[in-house]
Ligand binder design. Structure first.
Ligand code: 0PR
Length: 349
C-alpha cells in the first residue's frame, strides 16, 4: 500500500484545527516519545508543561494559574464538570449550560452522573434570565461559552459569574475556540474580567500548536485537588489528569507556539482572520444571504443545503449548523485568496 499523506488545508473551511506554526511542528516531532503523565521520568517535558500553564495564565489574565495540557477541549470540559461536582456537596448535582454549549458537556454529564440543564440562547448568547431560572440548590456549576462552536459568539460572562457566585456554584468558561482571539477584543471573558473558576482554552485550535494540545486552567490548585487520585508506583504520588500517558509532543509544541506567537503573532492572526471573515460576510450579503457573525472569525450564512452539497462535491470542506446554515471557520490556514476561490465557486452554481 502507498504511504498515506494527510489532506492539505487549501479547501478546509470547517475545522477548528489548523496548520501548526512551523516551529511548533518541529518541536512536536522532537518530543514524540515523551510522556508528561510521568513527570518523574520525563522531567524536561514536565517543566515545559509548567511553562505552558504559565503562558496560558498570561493569555487569560490569571496570576498563579493551575492547570495542565489536556488531550483537547473535551477532556478540559469533562474535568471542569468533575471539579464542580466534587467541590460541591449535592446529592443530585446539576450543571446549567446554554444550548449553544459544545456536545462534550453531554459526555461529561453522562459519565459523571450529573444532570445537564440546557437553557435557551437569545441572539446566540446564553440568556441570563433563563440561566437564573434554571438554578436551584443542587446546581454545582454554570457553563459560559467564549466563542461558540456554531456561531463564534461569546456569552455574557460577568453576569453569569455573578449568578454562579450567588448560587454557590462554579463558573466554567469554555474558551476552547475563542481563547487565542479574545485577548485582542474588548469582550469581557477572562479571569480578571469576572469570577471565573475554571477555563478551557485550546492551543491546538487558534493557538497553532500540534494536535493534541487542549488547555485546562483553574483559578486555584484547590480545584485540581478535587481531581487527585494516588499513583502508588510512580515517582510522583498523585495525578489530577484524566488520561495517564499523555502527549509530550502536544505539550512541547504548545509552549513553542505560545513563546513564538504571544502576543504579537496572535494579534496579527486575529486581525487577518477577522478581516477575512468580514470580507466573506460582505460577499455573502451582496448575494442576498443573511449572515450571523462574525464576532470571532467564524460566520454562518443561510446558503441552501443543496448549494452546500455542491460545494462539498467541489472539494470544499464546509459544515452546517444545527439550524442548517453553512458555517465557515476562518482559521489561520484560511487565506483571502482561498476565500476568493471559494466565492468564485459559489457564483459558479
Ligand atoms: N468547546 C468548544 C467551544 C469547541 O468548539 C470544541 C470543539 C470543544 C470544546 C471540544 O474540543 P476538542 O474537539 O478539542 O475536544 N469544536 C470543534 C467542533 O466540534 C472541533 C473540531 C475541530 C471539529 C476540528 C472539526 C474539526 O475538523 O466543531
Amino acid at each position: 500500500m502507498q504511504r498515506a499523506v494527510p489532506q492539505d488545508f487549501d479547501r478546509v473551511l470547517s475545522s477548528m484545527c489548523t496548520e501548526p506554526h512551523p516551529a511548533a511542528r518541529e518541536t512536536a516531532q522532537q518530543f514524540l516519545a515523551t510522556n508528561p503523565g510521568d513527570p518523574g521520568t520525563y522531567q524536561t517535558v514536565a517543566r515545559l508543561e509548567e511553562r505552558a500553564v504559565e503562558l496560558l495564565g498570561e493569555i487569560t489574565a490569571l496570576d498563579d494559574p493551575a492547570g495542565y495540557i489536556t488531550s483537547g477541549g473535551t477532556e478540559a470540559n469533562i474535568q471542569a464538570v468533575r471539579i464542580a461536582r466534587n467541590y460541591a456537596d449535592a446529592d443530585e448535582p446539576n450543571v446549567v449550560v446554554p444550548e449553544s454549549a459544545h456536545f462534550s458537556f453531554r459526555k461529561a454529564a453522562e459519565m459523571l452522573d450529573v444532570e445537564l440543564r440546557d437553557v435557551p440562547t437569545t441572539d446566540y448568547r446564553a440568556d441570563v434570565d433563563a440561566v437564573a431560572d434554571a438554578l436551584d440548590d443542587q446546581t454545582v456549576g454554570i457553563v459560559a461559552v467564549a466563542g461558540t462552536t456554531e456561531y463564534g459568539h461569546v456569552d455574557p460572562i460577568p453576569a453569569l459569574a455573578d449568578l454562579a457566585a450567588d448560587a454557590g456554584a462554579l463558573l466554567h468558561v469554555d474558551a476552547a475556540f475563542g481563547g487565542f482571539f479574545l485577548p485582542f477584543t474588548d469582550i469581557e471573558w477572562n479571569f480578571a474580567h469576572a469570577g471565573v473558576d475554571t477555563m478551557t482554552i485550546d492551543p491546538h485550535k487558534a493557538g497553532q500548536a500540534a494536535v493534541p494540545a487542549g488547555g485546562f486552567l483553574a483559578r486555584s490548585t484547590d480545584y485540581l485537588d478535587e481531581l487527585t487520585i494516588d499513583t502508588p508506583y510512580l515517582e510522583s504520588e498523585s495525578q489530577f489528569t484524566l488520561t495517564g500517558t499523555r502527549s509530550g509532543a502536544g505539550v512541547a509544541s504548545a509552549v513553542e507556539a505560545m513563546e513564538t506567537l504571544w502576543p504579537e503573532g496572535y494579534r496579527e492572526q486575529y486581525q487577518a482572520s477577522m478581516d477575512n471573515a468580514h470580507w466573506l460576510a460582505e460577499r455573502f450579503q451582496e448575494r442576498g444571504y443573511s449572515v450571523v457573525g462574525p464576532e470571532l472569525p467564524l460566520l454562518a450564512a443561510d446558503v441552501s443545503l443543496e448549494l452546500v452539497e455542491q460545494l462539498r462535491d467541489r472539494g470544499w470542506r464546509v459544515t452546517k449548523t444545527g439550524s442548517g446554515e453553512m458555517r465557515v471557520v476562518c482559521m489561520p490556514h484560511v487565506t483571502r485568496s482561498m476565500l476568493q476561490t471559494f466565492v468564485a465557486d459559489l457564483d459558479w452554481f
